[in-house]
Design a protein around this ligand. Structure first.
Ligand code: ASP
Ligand code: MG
Length: 409
């Protein structure tokens, strides 16, 4: 008998009909002989609705009270699911985070879980009940209700799974797993049977938003086996694992980050402090930069390029323009319509020539690469937004990601 934590997201419990379907699936898992703890999100749209109500009362609602309100959606869905199970004759009980003993720090709206008590959970499991835990919420040291940040139910599920020593934490969502790339853009995108945690973190932070990134990090560091599955169809989903895959392939997937804007300072005097000097005003204005490249030339000058998010571009330019003269740049060139494509794969550590192959393929398709950044398991390329789909297609084809990889001996 295995111990399994199942998390159902907002769309999975989005209607009474969906909640009934979740109840059926939970019962099937129990019938397979497993002990099940379920962690639920609020019904789809509910958290937004509650936060909207708060803003009707006050544009800047009191943070403590906002958490009392925002956490309410999960109370509703957890009780409804418990009822659906009980009506089917299956023992079940819903518990709020406070009743379980999910302790957090006191940062309202983005609290971090510090401890999950297991006594009550163990007692209920002992009684043969399915325990349904309200996700996204916690209790701070002063006994206030807290919430964990949007999408925080994933984190609750991982924390509960770790505390209980669960064999697997299953995240049920509206997609059936993690794909080689966005299947809405590339029809040949293939569902991955497994992906390494490192890869998942890159894919998630680069825009493949299947799981809350904090939950993936937590599962990674605490060694909780994580699986993403669809609550709408049967299937084994994607297992996110610590085992570096035995797959004989360099590239696992392609992430795509839209909304990149490129800013280049042309012909600035090259000095050790120059990069810091150029970027300082952005740091002061709390504008995040993503890719950076500096290119010193023989004449003691350099071009200095970096990217910011498109929606920060105008603000970035406002902040930078007054400094152009003091920095001594000849001009500033900009391109606010770019996307970043990233090849991701732990296999890159042991395969060479991946970058050259990618650049060549994009070159053949006449797609110019504006900026390149690499890490051990990733190669990112900045290209024109209008070539996004073509670029993804070319890379997907070049690395034959539509084909299931052969397992290495
Ligand atoms: N209900 C919360 C939200 O909408 C938490 C979650 O769904 O994970 O962000
Ligand atoms: Mg979610």
């Amino acid at each position: 008998m295995a111990r399994i934590v199942q998390k159902y997201g907002g769309t999975s419990v989005g209607s009474i009909e969906r909640i009934e379907a979740v109840a059926e699936r939970v019962i099937r898992t129990c019938q397979a002989g497993h002990a099940v703890v379920v962690v639920v999100s609020a019904m789809a749209g509910e958290t937004n609705r509650l936060i909207g109500l708060a803003h009707e009362v006050d544009a800047q609602p009191n943070r403590r009270e906002l958490d009392v309100l925002a956490s309410a959606g999960e109370q509703i869905s957890s009780a409804l699911l418990a009822m659906a199970l009980i009506r089917r004759g299956h023992p079940a009980i819903s518990l709020l985070a406070d009743q379980v003993g999910i302790a957090t720090n006191n940062r309202f709206g983005r609290a971090r879980i510090t401890h999950v008590a297991t006594e009550r959970l163990e007692e209920e499991l002992e009684q043969g009940r399915v325990v349904i835990v309200a996700g996204y919420q916690g209790r701070d040291p002063d006994n206030n209700i807290t919430t964990l940040g949007r999408g925080g139910t994933d984190t609750t599920a991982v924390a509960v799974a770790e505390a209980l020593g669960a064999d697997e934490c299953q995240i049920f969502t509206d997609v059936d797993g993690v794909y080689t790339t966005d299947p809405r853009v590339i029809s040949e995108a293939r569902k991955l049977d497994q992906i390494a945690f490192d890869e998942m973190l890159e894919m998630a932070s680069l825009g493949a938003k299947v799981l809350q990134i904090r939950a993936v990090e937590m599962a990674y560091t605490r060694q909780v086996p994580l699986r993403v599955l669809s609550s709408f169809d049967e299937g084994t989903g994607t297992l996110i694992t610590n085992k570096e895959s035995a797959m004989n392939q360099a590239v696992t997937g392609i992430a795509c980050q839209k909304d990149e804007a490129l800013i280049t300072f042309v012909g600035v005097p090259f000095s050790p402090m120059m990069a810091a000097k150029i970027l300082q005003p952005l740091g002061d204005a709390d504008i995040e930069i993503d890719m950076v490249i500096q290119n010193p030339m023989a004449n003691a000058q350099m071009d200095f390029s970096f990217t910011v998010q498109q929606n920060e571009f105008t603000r970035a330019m406002d902040v930078l323009t007054p400094h152009i003269e003091s920095i001594g740049a000849q001009s500033i060139e900009t391109n606010p319509n770019l996307v970043k494509l990233s090849l991701v794969g732990v296999g890159m550590k042991s395969h060479s020539g991946v970058a050259a192959k990618a650049f060549e393929a994009l070159g053949h398709a006449n797609i110019a690469i504006r900026l390149i950044a690499t890490s051990e398991i990733k190669i990112s390329m900045l290209i024109e937004e209008k070539y996004m789909t073509l670029g993804m297609q070319v890379l997907h084809d070049t690395f034959e990601l539509e084909k299931a990889p052969k397992i290495a001996d």
